[in-house]
Design a protein around this ligand. Structure first.
Ligand SMILES: [Zn+2]
Length: 245
């Protein structure tokens, strides 16, 4: 294990975590994703420095317009991304797969946050993730590209069937806990991690969703009719799989 590399990736992850939060925050508020940091409460711009971690190193913790302190979850998220990037570096060493994993993590993390907050998955992030997946597969050669394309297609077929099944069981597309966005997301994860890893990634996502949903139901944090987004768990499964590419 290369400790310098791990340290570098931790720092990169810390900054990436901040940027991912800003982009996801903008997208969740239906603003253009690169419009920049904005206040949680009033939506006023927080200034360019707020792209940096720890609320722009202390300069943007409070909104200048309304005085509200920004979500304490953001610095925690930044640390989690730093730890995840460090783990990627510890597992992989300095190569193209590490670069791929780092870049794949970005749309996965944005989608995780946005879907968690709004229960929506935006196709621009899916498109970016698909292009990254196919792009890195192309660098690995045409067999990898075919694998990537087939993995994405296979994920669409399997998750498409699940979507239809859920729609039949629930009889109303609008309350199905599982949406078309999840189908696209499965395709994106397939394009990124390819076969056979895509199988473990998606199973892990479904498994995590099941466990957490049971915990939430058992502790009465949600009831059977409330929609819990599936996407964040699929993203988590995808992120775990990145540790193995
Ligand atoms: Zn404000």
């Amino acid at each position: 294990m290369d400790f310098v590399l791990v340290l570098i990736l931790a720092v990169v992850g810390w900054f990436a975590g901040a940027a991912v939060w800003v982009v996801a925050h903008a997208q969740a508020a239906k603003r253009p994703p690169f419009r920049g940091p904005a206040c949680d409460a009033c939506g006023a711009p927080l200034g360019r420095l707020a792209w940096l971690p720890l609320f722009g190193f202390g300069t943007a913790r409070r909104c200048a317009a309304c005085g509200v302190t920004q979500s304490p979850l953001r610095p925690l998220f930044e640390l989690a991304v730093a730890a995840f990037f460090a783990l990627l570096a510890a597992r992989q060493g300095w190569d193209l797969d590490l670069l791929a994993a780092v870049l794949f993590a970005l749309p996965l993390l944005v989608i995780l946050l946005v879907d968690w907050w709004t229960k929506l998955i935006y196709t621009n992030m899916i498109g970016a993730g698909l292009l990254l997946g196919f792009g890195f597969a192309l660098i690995d050669g045409y067999r990898a590209l075919i694998n990537s394309l087939l993995s994405a297609t296979g994920a669409v077929v399997v998750f498409g069937l699940l979507f239809v099944l859920a729609a039949v069981i629930y009889r109303n597309v609008r309350v199905v806990p599982f949406g078309l966005g999840d189908v696209y997301l499965a395709a994106m994860i397939g394009a990124m991690v390819r076969y056979p890893l895509v199988v473990s990634a998606l199973f892990l996502g479904i498994f995590l969703a099941g466990i957490i949903l049971m915990l939430l139901l058992a502790t009465k944090r949600v009831d059977r009719r409330s929609a819990v987004p599936y996407g964040p768990f699929l993203c988590a499964g995808g992120l775990f799989a990145l540790l193995a590419i």
